[in-house]
Ligand binder design. Sequence first.
Ligand code: 5RP
Length: 217
Amino acid sequence: MTQDELKQKVAQAALHYIKDVSIIGVGTGSTVKHFIDYLADFKGQIEGAVSSSEMSTAHLKKVGIPVLDLNSVGTLDVYVDGADEVTPHKHMIKGGGGALTREKIIGAASKQFVCIVDETKCVDVLGKFPLPVEVIPMARSYVARELVKLGGQPVWRENVITDNHNVILDVHNLDIIDPIKLEQIINNITGVVTVGIFAMRPADVVLVGKGDEVITR
Ligand code: 5RP
């Protein structure tokens, strides 16, 4: 199977987790894009979805799923999203698509986080994938200097403005041995909106597309 076929297969497997759920949290990315395509079959059965990005919002609307405001729906039962890296502890790096802040908010507001990935995303230690950090624009250089002090090499994702009107630094060469601690440290740098380490609130279930099967972790 190609990587995209694996993404499609795990996206389909995630449908199992939305049975009897009326409002779903929906992430961002090419894996989630397949999930949204499948949601079209649930039109009328689900009340709607809370979306993590303008891109997913547009796609949800296109397939006929109402998009709801998180403020008006309370705690979500299930959130389905992809990841750039995921460990056996279900810690993740996310934000390759730039939607990390809204993704982290929806993850925090959900009872169950279902992470859907193809096998290339599974790692023992986070950090090979450059760590995305969303930053208030005027703090970009200051935050970059602080990230260098932590041993990373931040690279400004030029020409990208997030849905929240901020910028992204992608931090290379970080060895993320203690993801919970590093998540807290980077979150505490003034000017950082969100760091793409998802460890304090890890996934609850990871579905991995591997070979021609889907493994549940
Ligand atoms: C977007 C994300 C995505 O979940 C992550 O980048 C994985 O994307 P894809 O499914 O396209 O591989 O965190 O901000």
